[in-house]
Design a protein around this ligand. Structure first.
Ligand code: FE
Ligand code: FE
Length: 307
């Protein structure tokens, strides 16, 4: 299967870099789109309850994004410096978080407090509404460091949701020209985070191109295909799909660093959404885990201790 998949992948001819958009920032309706996709995917799905919950959470995120206040942004000199040195302008760990992210969290929690939720989620909402600033900042710090296992599983989706809103707001306020390419092609040019998945796009000049999608700020950036997003090796790349699937989601694995990242093919399903479709295909993660491969990037709604 791998050999066959490899031949198909190689058959794609990519436009030369420079003629194609390198960066695509998340649109203003990013969370509405994600909410809709979660709702679609939740129908008849074994994890339907959780996917539907995340659909509602994405709606809350849309609400928070729509009312987000103006926040401090990197100065023009800092923007030039980061572009020149290939550093992320809004580094997930380095950027001094404005307290507005917690205001966004409050909007999300209020939204979620009036919808019907399973008991553990309701309890988490109540707890987070009372949590101290120090506690919330500590949780945010762990999340942004990638130490998901250290974060309370019930609190994680709400805090992650608020951080996503804050980072997406900042990236949108700066505009795509603020960001340059990074030294490491597999990290988000805006915030330096790992991708949640990659999307092979259809249509126009992006036809057949692979864009990686940021796990935090949903920025998409171009990376050539058949290349490991973690170590950038072009050898020993293999593709895995679940038996009986329509081929819209495959895992791209690397023999050099033993990681994988899912690729979503719009040609097979035009509605794919990186974060939602990644979560809806957890059996593929189980398969890859059994094959000894680790995820090349986190999904901030997938707690390592839960599955
Ligand atoms: Fe990012
Ligand atoms: Fe690799």
């Amino acid at each position: 299967m791998n050999t066959q998949a490899r031949i198909l992948e190689s058959g794609q001819i990519e436009a030369p870099a420079g003629q194609i958009p390198f960066l695509r920032l998340a649109g203003v309706d990013v969370f509405s789109h994600r909410a809709e996709r979660f709702r679609q995917l939740s129908q008849g799905h074994p994890l339907g309850g959780y996917l539907a919950f995340l659909g509602t959470l994405a709606q809350a995120q849309q609400e928070a994004l729509a009312h987000f206040p103006a926040v401090p942004l990197p100065a023009p000199e800092q923007q030039v410096l980061c572009r020149e040195h290939g550093m992320p302008l809004l580094g997930a760990q380095a950027w001094p978080r404005d307290l507005a992210w917690r205001t966004g969290l409050k909007v999300i929690l209020r939204y979620m407090s009036v919808v019907s939720l399973p008991a553990p989620a309701s309890e988490a909402v109540a707890r987070l509404m009372q949590a101290s600033e120090a506690e919330l900042e500590e949780t945010a710090g762990k999340l942004l460091m990638g130490d998901l296992a250290a974060v309370n599983a019930q609190d994680m989706p709400f805090v992650a949701a608020a951080l996503q809103v804050y980072w997406i707001h900042m990236a949108a306020a700066l505009g795509e020209h603020a960001f340059g390419r990074l030294e490491q092609g597999g990290l988000c040019p805006a915030c330096g985070s790992h991708p949640v998945a990659g999307v092979v796009r259809v249509g126009g000049e992006e036809q057949g191109l692979r864009y990686l999608s940021c796990s935090l700020c949903a920025t998409e950036w171009h990376m050539v295909r058949i290349k490991c997003s973690s170590c950038e090796s072009t050898h020993g790349i293999h593709y895995y799909a679940l038996e009986g699937s329509n081929g819209a989601v495959k895992a791209e694995s690397c023999d050099d660093c033993d990681t994988y990242l899912k690729l979503l093919y719009m040609e097979k399903d035009s509605q794919v959404e990186a974060l939602a479709d990644d979560l809806a295909t957890l059996p593929l993660d189980v398969l890859m885990d059994e094959a000894g491969k680790a995820r090349g990037g986190p999904n901030l709604f997938f707690h390592p201790g839960v599955v």
